[in-house]
Write a protein that binds this ligand. Structure first.
Ligand code: AMP
Length: 215
């Protein structure tokens, strides 16, 4: 199954993607994760990407499209994959559609995870990540037992630079202006499915599985 996950930052795409990986045995391709790793490794690409990411802006299309093409060409993507955080605008969507149709492997489904804007702000500003194991918490919805400390490995929790309030506002604006139009785009291609992303992770996942099993 070749799946695109759509939804605003903080809608829970990444969380659902991790569960889908387990169920369907296909990899998640998160451009955000790939870019954060490049930044952490201090590669030239990471250095270029960082300035955009810290401001909540999109990294240039040429950079991310190249990353996704390389990743999709790897062996573990033969059975399918979950695109998470890509495409982010119509130009990325059109480019990847063209590449995939030339390879005769078009996308099967675009799944939109819909969440109200106020809820998103809490999800994003409350998010804390473990420096060591990357496990995520939310100070409003799923706090760690001890403030600032990871339950799993005892390491320090931190707030991602792009989860700070000003940057989040910018990321949500960028989403509205550039990424939300993809819902129309995939609807026009008759591959759009939508799910409400508020409620328990398990309930949302069940609904997603029901939608996917029906295709
Ligand atoms: P994410 O974790 O998906 O919210 O991504 C974090 C940041 O990485 C975004 O705010 C962008 O700066 C950058 N980024 C991730 N995916 C893309 C993409 N497909 N196109 C452009 N920039 C991206």
């Amino acid at each position: 199954m070749r799946l695109v996950l759509l939804g605003a930052p903080g809608a829970g795409k990444g969380t659902q993607a991790k569960k889908l990986i387990e169920k369907y045995g296909i990899p998640q391709i998160s451009t955000g994760d790939i870019l954060r790793k490049a930044v952490a490794d201090g590669t030239p690409l990471g250095k270029e990407a960082k300035s955009y990411m810290d401001k909540g802006e999109l990294v240039p299309d040429t950079v991310v499209i190249g990353l996704v093409k390389d990743r999709i060409a790897q062996d573990d993507c033969k059975k399918g994959y979950i695109l998470d955080g890509f495409p982010r605008n119509t130009s990325q969507a059109e480019t990847i559609d063209k590449v995939l149709s030339e390879m005769n492997v078009p996308l099967d489904v675009a799944l939109s995870v819909d969440v109200d804007k106020n809820y998103l702000m809490k999800r994003l500003t409350g998010r804390r990540t473990c420096r060591a194991c990357q496990h995520m918490y939310n100070v409003f919805f799923s706090p760690p037992k001890t403030e600032g400390v990871c339950d799993k490995c005892g390491s320090e929790l931190y707030q991602r630079e792009d989860d700070k309030e000003e940057t989040i506002k910018k990321r949500l604006d960028v989403y509205e202006a550039q990424t939300a139009p993809l819902i129309e785009y995939y609807s026009g291609k008759n591959i759009l499915k939508s799910v409400k992303g508020e409620g328990s992770i398990e309930d949302i996942f069940k609904e997603i599985c029901a939608l996917l099993n029906a295709i």
